[in-house]
Design a protein around this ligand. Structure first.
Ligand SMILES: Cc1cc2nc3c(=O)[nH]c(=O)nc-3n(C[C@H](O)[C@H](O)[C@H](O)COP(=O)(O)OP(=O)(O)OC[C@H]3O[C@@H](n4cnc5c(N)ncnc54)[C@H](O)[C@@H]3O)c2cc1C
Length: 403
């Protein structure tokens, strides 16, 4: 298959290395090669991501900048801070890691395809544009947290990771150390309560600003995101071509066949629906193309990564989830319906977390009513301490969410 990957951030760069051999792959990244920068606080769990990174032949430990011991948490209630023991949370050079994943790949830098028609000729286009979802249909509703961050150099009042949740759990302020007197100071907040706060801290502490970045992070989980893919129409019958037929190569075969069908007079011998093609169960139901040789009018488009909501809403953490989403895609590359179901299943908890946060932000929160969700979040984090790189205690969660 001819595959285009649009967006070379976490998901796109990882996918460039995870796509099985035998496909013709080209990538498109809107930034210029020397200006590509990983917008993020660069925090992740070293033991967990190491396994994902080793699948593409790289050693994650080489990219680690700072290993945390204790996360300092200020619940913002005037009662002082408390510590969460860390067992794997680190910052790493995200730009270097995902730049190395792009080495030797066929990438069109500074290329910004905005419309699927610019990518005709590909069988499948993968939308790995993160928050932008540039090639996927607009979401009926979305949920994203505006973020602002500065990379600074100087002296810091904290000697380890530091977070301060905003009232109502609408977001949090962070300091993520990068080692050697560098750090990411940032905040993500639904109500943008950080406006002015970060700039006045820069003044107060005399930090040198290396870079200022800002972009929202999607917290709408996969279960609320419509179809993860768009199937093309068949130019012969006008009906939708089922994704599995394209992924199994039937549509390409159709295009090749169509080319050989051009008769002596230059007329195209069109293949019509029902022209002897056996009905393929599921793929050719009502409204679906049943042509023996479908002719898609555009590539199949599918989202991976943040474009389909792979972000842990409680933390706005999307590096590991986007890489996991890529692996689910690769495991189900022959059936996008199965891919979508696998992603929704894998990130099922994110739905509970999202509803929990939303009720907090909407002011509808009740400990009693929301206790089952709270308990699920606690159980998830407790049984996945390696995944998050921190020790989980129910008491700490209650303090963070300020109940
Ligand atoms: C301020 C901030 C801090 C964060 N901190 C953390 C953190 O510490 N840890 C963590 O795990 N997660 C963090 N996240 C979330 C995490 O960065 C993202 O969820 C993750 O990078 C998503 O991966 P992705 O590949 O889907 O998208 P991205 O990594 O955003 O990549 C998208 C790529 O597509 C390109 N692009 C966009 N549109 C087009 C187009 N039309 N054509 C071509 N290219 C295009 C972009 O230039 C980019 O390279 C943070 C997010 C923000 C905003």
């Amino acid at each position: 298959m001819r595959i285009a990957i649009v967006g070379c951030g976490v998901a796109g760069s990882y996918l460039l290395n995870r796509i099985p051999p035998g496909h013709e792959v080209e990538a498109f990244e809107m930034r210029e090669k020397d200006k590509w920068w990983a917008v993020c606080a660069w925090g992740t769990s070293e033991p967990y991501i190491s396994d994902l990174v080793s699948k593409v032949g790289l050693n994650f430990h080489n990219y680690v900048l700072f290993r945390g011991k204790k996360m300092i948490v200020d619940p913002g209630n005037g009662k002082g801070t408390f510590g969460i023991n860390l067992n794997g949370l680190v910052t790493f050079d995200k730009t270097a890691l995902f730049r190395d994943m792009k080495k030797g790949k066929n990438i069109h830098w500074g290329a910004h395809p905005k419309d699927i028609n610019e990518l005709k000729g590909f069988d499948m286009v993968i939308d790995a544009t993160g928050f932008h979802r540039s090639l996927m249909p607009k979401l009926d509703r979305d949920a994203a947290i505006p973020c602002f961050e500065v990379e600074v150099e100087g002296k810091f009042p904290w000697d380890d990771f530091y977070i301060r949740p905003y009232p109502g759990l609408s977001g949090y302020f962070w300091y993520f150390p990068l080692g050697e007197g560098r750090g990411h100071i940032g905040a993500g907040d639904f109500r943008s309560q950080y406006r002015g706060e970060i700039e006045s801290m820069v003044q107060k502490y005399g930090w040198k600003v290396v870079r200022r970045i800002g972009r929202p992070v999607r917290i709408l989980p996969p279960e609320y995101i419509g179809p993860f893919y768009t199937e093309p129409k068949c130019t012969a019958c006008g009906k939708t071509v089922h994704n599995t037929r394209i992924l199994k190569g039937e549509a390409r075969a159709g295009q090749a066949q169509a080319a050989t069908n051009v008769g002596a007079g230059g007329q195209l011998a069109t293949t019509f629906a029902g022209d002897g093609g056996a009905a393929r169960s599921g793929a050719t139901g009502a409204g679906m193309c049943a042509c023996t040789s479908p002719r898609p009018d555009a590539p199949l488009v599918v989202g991976v990564g943040e474009s389909v909501g792979s972000v842990y809403p409680l933390l706005g953490e999307g590096i590991i989830p986007s890489m996991e989403c890529v692996n689910l895609f690769v495991d189900h590359m022959d059936d996008l319906g199965a891919y979508q179901s696998a992603v929704i299943r894998h990130f099922e908890l994110y739905g509970k977390v999202y509803r929990f946060i939303k009720s907090k932000m909407d002011g509808n929160f009740s400990v009693l009513r929301q206790f089952p969700e709270l308990w699920s979040i606690y159980r998830h984090m407790k049984t996945n301490e390696r995944r998050y790189g921190l020790e989980t205690h129910l008491g700490d969660i209650l303090k963070v969410i300020n109940v």
